[in-house]
Ligand binder design. Sequence first.
Ligand code: SF4
Ligand code: SF4
Length: 97
Amino acid sequence: MKKNMGWKELMHGDAVQAGTAKEFKTGDWRSEKPVFHPEKCINCLFCWVNCPDCAVLLDENKKVVGFDYNLCKGCGICAHECPVKEPKAITMEAERR
Ligand code: SF4
Ligand code: SF4
């Protein structure tokens, strides 16, 4: 591929079947991860409602218990939306692999 190509010169990408995202572990490319602090949680479920990846885990009583780190992309929306005063019930911390 030549350097500094314009977008009209780029090749067409592959088309993939819709609905396959659930088969991928999107947490692989996370740089930060949410950490749950249950003692601060008021169980408002704002984090669960707002998570774009359905990565907030609930127990059988609909209480937040943590995150599915295979799906969580580390976007931080859950921590941002958590209404608890600082320090919140969810904090974002650097991912260490
Ligand atoms: S960091 Fe983003 S993807 Fe991960 S649980 Fe929070 S809202 Fe969901
Ligand atoms: S947004 Fe915060 S307080 Fe509300 S359920 Fe989630 S962790 Fe708990």
